[in-house]
Design a protein around this ligand. Sequence first.
Ligand code: ADP
Length: 209
Amino acid sequence: MRTIELNKRQEQILQIVKDNGPITGEHIADRLNLTRATLRPDLAILTMSGYLDARPRVGYFYTGKTGTQLLSENLKKILVKEYQSIPIVVPENVSVYDAICTMFLEDVGTLFVVDKASKLVGVLSRKDLLRASIGKQELTTLPVNIIMTRMPNITVCRREDLLIDAAKELIEKQIDALPIIKDTDEGFELVGRLTKTNITKAFVALAEE
Ligand code: ADP
């Protein structure tokens, strides 16, 4: 269901339908001196990608949507859950030193801090840890809950949210990641992580599909 590059024959079909639609598959095939069966895959692609619409007993007609319109429509259908990553967490009493080790070992830029019941209580970014490291404190005994960004100041998203809305939050709040949460009576249950890398992957997938 993505914007695609059309081949020569698909471009020809599109032009025929633009000029003559609504038009049946057989009539398109006649104009191209091809069989209906040969055209079937091309017609399927053109309908699935939104360029053409088909109505029973009427035929194909041009939707009038440009490639950019279709791309933008499809972009607004992508959900957070389609591109989410696994959250990397630390407990709230862990030391800044151990959090730094976890960040390196897990190769992530943002750690989430959870309480004993696995509920989200904080966020630790690279700069939070760097800031703590340039002070005079002893990092092995300094707990992360002193330096983390805590609730209720955490920007979150949910699995069913639109990816585009999550991307806007990343830009607006100038942050690299959002925790993906599930609402429960006891608070936010952490279920995933959405980062700028996830958004970049969606961007590349849109271009390639
Ligand atoms: P960096 O510190 O590497 O620039 P960010 O831009 O993600 O990374 O973080 C900037 C600040 O925002 C940090 O203090 C961090 O704790 C905080 N932060 C990061 N993610 C969130 C979030 N989802 N909600 C609230 N604050 C966040």
